[in-house]
Write a new protein. Structure first.
Lengths: 773, 238
């Protein structure tokens, strides 16, 4: 984000035209900016200030900065798409309205964005209120080429094959970016690419070979990342394997080709990734998807169709997040300002996320922040004062709590990974560490490491030569949205309708999806197998498959509704199953459906399974499902931090453990018992049902279903279930084993179907009639 | 060792030591009431925007127990405060709660790890590192005694997880070691069936499997028999 301003005196001189301005002063203010520099900035304000929402919120709270900000003329919001859909953006939108209240003339706002939709909504977000706004649409969706390659003959590609294909795809270019969906996979792919290239040591230590491969992801230490970026710019690296960390923003120079392992799980993210190639006007961005299984081929084809139609995921603006509102209200009165409640309401409503903010909610927040309102008991620390009409600041000391806890970015806990002899390698998520055991082997920063010790301050490792035993961080797996899911569903149904006429199906895949050759054959065979073993789910008529696995009843719901709706559906169905059998079940979700495993000995009849998506009372069941999960507790932690209920840092007091290990679950319980209307409790629910899950979309989905789903008992795991069945074992099965497992499932299907090789003869198109006996 | 039995309002976990609701422990001979890990001022220490609910509710529970059992003294078994750094207002509230209890009977605070290096003297007055009562050594338990004395400790927050976020405090009783659960409502505790609990108890020279687990509700206590038996029973059910 940049703020443009001209210091008063110079502006005067410029206006009089006596002095031509020759120097443009720029400044950067983030939480890392040294105090000395900040002071300098006040005495000689920069013409262009680059800053963050968090730093802006600090500046807006301080009188010294407010005087300077009064002269701001232009605000440029870069990468708007990364803000409009989340709480950080909601925070920023309020701050811009505060800035607007401060300046003498309206600020000119400029929003810049990569691929984003819908333009109208994002434009309203940038402009705020009903200010006039002009949209400059410079999108060009057609200059993207997206190939797809499937380096396997059966149903799945083992990772070494994927890496070999990726390496081959970089052979004829100067520089390439290889994207993976999860961080640990970036490490694994880079490692395997190195092995395929004959490298056995660490990957990005200097080597004489001209094909050096680097790794880049957000868990790496900043210095390591910067080095990789610099080497890429300088053309010293042939390829960099990265997670989403290089999707945007980072300057990496000229890239010839982008390779996406698996798929980007979205139209926008595909465009963003592939768009990193051919950074030159008129150049076609060259992208290639390397499919790891047959779902990936289908996804790539559907993505291509969506790109051609210009259908990209729409950003949803969070609806009046009350934790953000509370924090902003505290800022608005720092240190001792007094602002009428009506003014707070009017200002907030000009920010798009708060356009429909209710006065009652402002009152509730004011009451909470002023020390009352939770179960009628008084709190000890007040964040502001409230007299019924206006809120007011309580002085410098109280504001310290605000300055120490500004912002909406949750403190994601990370554990440091260090070598036994010394030296930090990078960071991994705390959740990953919790699953880790001494002696296990994983990959970080291109190195294979064995865990020596797990302590409270991090993980100590030693280099190790051998295959990793730990699968992957799964927490960063992205899901696909409802539109792409719908296109996938249409593709499946379209092929299914044309089978057994293989030629017709292939022609249709070529014409509508640009899919040809081995990849097209894969898709036709995949769908033919599914059709023979089970059935093809349709958008308004899902299929429920019932299996017995490990002597337990398992139900797989094929909905094709996208990840968030599936997550939400699974909560509702989970609650219904709980109501039916009285025992908690385990749930696994993916893009195309979800899987429920009943506990040993429990079964439900088909008729009950068929009623599981009945729209009547579904919302209540979803809420019951959420209540019994950890979601509320986990997100209450963030909401309580943003809403200043629980502080991350407290000035002047060293908190040995309090803030670090507070029990969000227990506090949530106490708050819920004493005040069900408490704004931060309601905000936690909103975050979970609207930002994380998609309750409205899910209710629309169940309402759109035509009749009950089809309940089937396939004789073997159907091809559409391979992915979800193997991911239901995600905790215990490492990646290689998953590939083996899928092949085993596939072999079983082939055995049942007695399928012969399906090759399309030149003159006589075969008919593919699969039937199991 | 005692077997699982029906719920009751007091359960003699080892001769002379009675488990009470809320996770309190009464030494019958001296009528010493013991309360571990009350963590007064918790809400203030984590930010202060929550009312000091736990201070009030714990003080009330202690007050009732002193009266009901005719306790001659109350021993607070360490981690009496969540942090020695708390706001003036909260410190006043904590002192007031303690004064209220002192009006009933002598209150003897033992310092725990949360009392820090200052041992909590500013808030609690004189604090002890350990005491002896009825042949037991009373201490917080963050550091096991070197001499292998029979002791009563807190610190571990033993509990029984019930699935989801729910858990119930559990008092662990053995011939040579008693572990009292935390009174603070904010701790989910350490599941007595876990490996960590086993290791922690072993540091005191006791085997957790042989200890008796008594789950403590607000009005009643629930004897579950030995931890080993409890683990087997719940594993079978799972």
């Amino acid at each position: 984000m940049g703020l443009l301003e001209r210091p008063n005196s110079e502006r005067g001189r410029l206006r009089r035209g006596r002095i031509r301005e020759r120097f443009v002063r720029t400044g950067v203010r983030t939480s890392d900016t040294p105090t000395e520099e900040r002071r300098l900035m006040l005495s000689r304000p920069p013409h262009i200030l680059v800053t963050t929402p968090e730093s802006l919120s600090v500046m807006l709270a301080m009188d010294s900065y407010r005087r300077t900000l009064r002269d701001v003329e232009t605000v440029i919001l870069d990468e708007v798409h990364a803000l409009a859909g989340n709480k950080r953006g909601a925070h920023l939108s309020l701050l811009l309205e505060s800035l607007e209240e401060l300046v003498s003339r309206p600020v000119v706002r400029v929003g810049l964005s990569a691929t984003v939709a819908p333009l109208e909504r994002v434009a309203r977000f940038v402009a705020g209120g009903d200010r006039p706004c002009e949209i400059v649409d410079a999108r060009d969706l057609r200059s993207i080429r997206l190939g797809v390659e499937a380096p396997f003959a059966g149903a799945v590609a083992p990772l070494p094959e994927v890496a070999r294909a990726a390496l081959a795809a970089t052979a004829d270019v100067r520089t390439a970016l290889v994207f993976t969906n999860v961080r640990s996979q970036a490490e694994r792919v880079a490692l395997e690419m190195g092995i395929a290239d004959g490298v056995t040591e660490e990957i990005h230590t200097s080597r004489s070979s001209d094909r050096r491969i680097g790794v880049h992801h957000s868990a790496l230490e900043r210095s390591v990342r910067h080095r990789v970026e610099a080497e890429l710019r300088a053309g010293k690296l042939h390829a960099v394997v990265c997670s989403s960390s290089l999707e945007l923003g980072v300057d990496i120079g000229y890239i010839d080709r982008v390779i996406v392992i698996g798929g980007a799980r979205g139209v926008t993210s595909t465009l963003q990734r592939v768009g990193r190639a051919g950074h030159r006007p008129d150049a076609v961005a060259d992208g290639l998807v390397i499919a790891q299984d047959r779902d990936d081929i289908v996804e790539a084809a559907a993505t291509r169709r969506c790109i051609a139609d210009g259908r990209i995921e729409e950003i949803a603006v969070p609806e009046a997040p009350l934790d953000v509102l509370a924090q902003w209200m505290v800022m608005s009165v720092c240190y001792d300002k007094r602002v009428a409640l009506d003014e707070i309401l009017a200002t907030a409503r000009r920010a798009l996320p708060f356009a429909r903010l209710e006065r009652d909610d402002v009152v509730r927040c004011a009451r909470y922040l002023s020390g009352g309102g939770i179960g009628g008991d008084e709190a000890h620390a007040l964040r502001l004062g409230f007299d019924g009409d206006a809120i007011y600041g309580l002085g410098r000391e109280v504001c310290a709590a605000y300055f120490d806890n500004v912002g909406t970015i949750p403190d994601e806990k990370h554990a440091l990974v260090r070598l036994a002899g010394g030296g930090d390698i990078g960071r991994v998520e705390e959740g990953f560490v919790n699953e880790l055991r001494v002696g296990e082997i994983f990959v970080l920063n291109g190195r294979t490491l064995r865990v020596k010790e797990i302590g409270s301050r991090g993980v100590t490792v030693e280099p190790f030569a051998g295959r990793p035993t730990v699968p992957q961080w799964s927490s960063h797996m992205k899901g696909i949205g409802p539109d792409l899911a719908r296109e996938i569903s249409d593709l499946r149904a379209g092929v299914a309708r044309r089978i057994p006429d293989v030629r017709a199906a292939l022609d249709w895949l070529r014409d509508r999806y640009g899919l040809e050759g081995a990849e097209a054959s894969h898709v036709v065979r995949y769908i033919a197998q599914q059709r023979a073993i089970s059935a093809i789910p349709e958008p308004t008529r899902p299929v429920v498959e019932i299996y017995r696995m490990d002597r337990k009843q398992v139900a797989v719901f094929h909905t094709c509704a996208g990840r968030r709706i599936n997550e939400t559906l699974a909560r509702g169905v989970g609650a219904r199953v709980f109501a039916a059998i009285g025992v908690d079940t385990s749930l696994t979700t993916d893009d195309n459906g979800f899987l429920i495993t009943l506990p040993f000995g429990a079964t439900l009849p088909d008729a009950r399974w068929a009623q599981m998506l009945d729209p009547a009372g579904f919302e209540a069941d979803v809420r019951a499902g959420i209540r019994s999960s950890h979601m509320l507790r986990n997100y209450f932690r963030y909401v309580a931090n943003t809403g200043l209920l629980v502080l991350r840092r407290a000035a002047g007091r060293t908190l040995r453990r309090g803030t670090q290990s507070w029990s969000s679950g227990r506090i949530l319980e106490q708050v819920a018992k004493r005040d069900p209307q408490f704004p931060l409790l309601r905000e936690t629910w909103r975050t979970v049902t609207h930002d994380l899950l998609d309750l409205p979309g899910t209710l629309a989905y169940v309402a759109s279903l035509e009749g009950e789903p089809r309940v089937l008992h396939p004789p073997a795991a159907s091809p559409f279930t391979f992915g979800i069945v193997t991911s239901s074992f995600a905790d215990t099965v490492v990646m290689e084993d998953r590939a083996t497992m899928v092949e085993a499932l596939h072999d079983r299907v082939l055995q049942l179907l007695g399928e012969t090789d399906m090759r399309v003869a030149d003159d006589e198109p075969p008919r593919l009639e699969l039937r199991y006996t | 060792m005692s077997a699982a039995g029906p719920s009751t309002d007091a359960y003699e976990v080892v001769p002379g030591a009675v488990a009470l609701p809320h996770g309190l422990l009464l030494l019958a001979a001296s009528r010493t009431l013991i309360a571990a890990d009350v963590h007064f001022g918790y809400e203030d220490v984590i930010g202060g925007a929550l009312p000091l609910w736990s201070t009030g509710s714990i003080a009330r529970a202690l007050d009732e127990a002193i009266a009901r059992h005719g306790a001659t003294e109350l021993v607070l078994l360490g981690d009496v405060v969540h942090s020695t750094a708390m706001s003036e207002g909260a410190a006043r509230a904590v002192r007031a709660a303690l004064d209220g209890l002192r009006a009933r009977c002598p209150v003897v605070p033992i310092a725990g790890n949360h009392e820090g290096r200052s041992r909590g003297r500013a808030l609690l007055g004189e604090t002890h590192e350990c005491l002896e009562r009825d042949g037991w050594l009373l201490l917080h338990g963050d550091v096991p005694p070197l001499d292998g004395a029979r002791c009563i400790v807190g610190h571990l927050h033993p509990s029984l997880r019930l699935g989801g976020d729910a858990s119930v405090p559990v008092l662990l009783g053995g011939d040579r070691l008693i572990v009292a659960p935390a009174l603070t409502p904010y701790s989910p505790g350490l599941d007595v069936r876990s490996e960590s609990a086993k290791r922690a108890v072993l540091a005191f020279g006791s085997r957790i499997d042989a200890m008796v687990a008594v789950a403590c509700g607000e009005d009643r206590v629930y004897p579950f028999g030995s931890v080993g038996g409890l683990r087997d029973a719940t594993r079978r059910k799972r």
